[in-house]
Design a protein around this ligand. Structure first.
Ligand SMILES: Nc1ncnc2c1ncn2[C@@H]1O[C@H](COP(=O)(O)OP(=O)(O)OP(=O)(O)O)[C@@H](O)[C@H]1O
Ligand SMILES: [Mg+2]
Length: 272
């Protein structure tokens, strides 16, 4: 198997009660991830499913370098070099080729849609990627070629073309679904090898669903790898190649979507 992400024996707990001065009392920790391992095959769309609060987003946060685990390793190989995400800074992980769409909406609301896309299209080249946010005027003056790159990438998607037309609006003025589309469109513009999508189908209109299916087709045709967290079983059956079921902080079942969704435990947690 050609593994792009090798997650081995990850452990993560959070302090649940805080004592005085923000210090946790002894024993007041909740184990969220308990020895989780996954080998992610390059070029596939893989789903991570599991009930609410089982630690799926926490795992994404660890892969992105936003949370540090207490144990384990996550080797990401982009075909050029290998990094261990558990000891690498978030900007370095992103610039090595891990892109992410967050759960809910996560846009820079004060930026215009165009400035937002310009920001997402720029390589994360240094430890100061937010200079692009701090100096938006500079972006507007200097990035004709980048705008062309954005238009070329977005034009084959009806809904992304609509976004382009709304370019002067503030990102925060877009509807929930459109803000999610803005995040998704941004992932087409970066140089990512692995995409982490946290519940990409939630809150979407039927039109946006089609955009999402197209997006996944285009990404896999480009040889990208996708790991997505999902609760929508119809979507998983249609769009996903391989599936892992997470509970008790580990992967309990792996296989095709049909195999995994047929387990009684999975049926219970999704009321299938
Ligand atoms: N920063 C944090 N501090 C303390 N507890 C946290 C933190 N982040 C997550 N948790 C806890 O860890 C557990 C797992 O949360 P997580 O968001 O990873 O679940 P999830 O599987 O993504 O759930 P959902 O399907 O509802 O999005 C929850 O009990 C949550 O309250
Ligand atoms: Mg979550």
């Amino acid at each position: 198997m050609d593994t792009i992400l090798d997650i081995k024996d990850i452990h993560k707990s959070f302090a649940v009660n805080f004592g005085r001065k923000g210090r946790a009392f002894g024993n007041e920790y909740k184990n969220v991830i308990n020895g989780l391992s996954i080998g992610l095959e390059r070029g596939r769309v893989t789903a991570l499913v599991g009930g609410n609060g089982e630690g799926k987003t926490t795992l994404f946060n660890i892969i992105s370098g936003l949370h540090r685990p207490e144990g384990g390793s996550i080797l990401f190989n982009n075909g050029r070099n290998t990094i261990d995400c558990t000891i690498t800074s978030p900007w370095k992980i992103a610039s090595s080729g891990v892109g992410r769409m967050f759960q809910g909406t996560r846009v820079f609301g004060g930026l215009s849609v165009i400035d937002h896309l310009l920001l997402q299209a720029r390589p994360v080249a240094a430890e100061t990627p937010f200079n692009n946010v701090i100096f938006p005027l500079k972006i507007r003056k200097s990035d004709r070629e980048l705008k062309q790159h954005i238009y070329e990438n977005l034009k084959e998607f009806d809904e992304f073309r609509e976004l382009w037309k709304e370019g002067k609006k503030a990102a925060s003025s877009l509807s929930f679904a459109r803000q999610r589309m803005l995040s998704l469109a941004g992932l087409l513009l970066g140089t990512y090898d692995l995409l982490l999508l946290d519940e990409p189908s939630s809150g979407l209109s039927p039109e946006s669903f089609n955009t999402l299916y197209n997006f996944l087709d285009v990404m896999t045709a480009r040889g990208k790898t996708v790991l997505l967290i999902e609760h929508n079983m119809e979507f998983i059956k249609k769009a996903v190649d391989h599936c892992h079921y997470m509970a008790e902080g580990r992967i309990l079942f792996s296989g095709s979507p049909e195999e995994v969704l047929s387990h009684d435990k999975v049926k219970q947690s999704y009321l299938l």
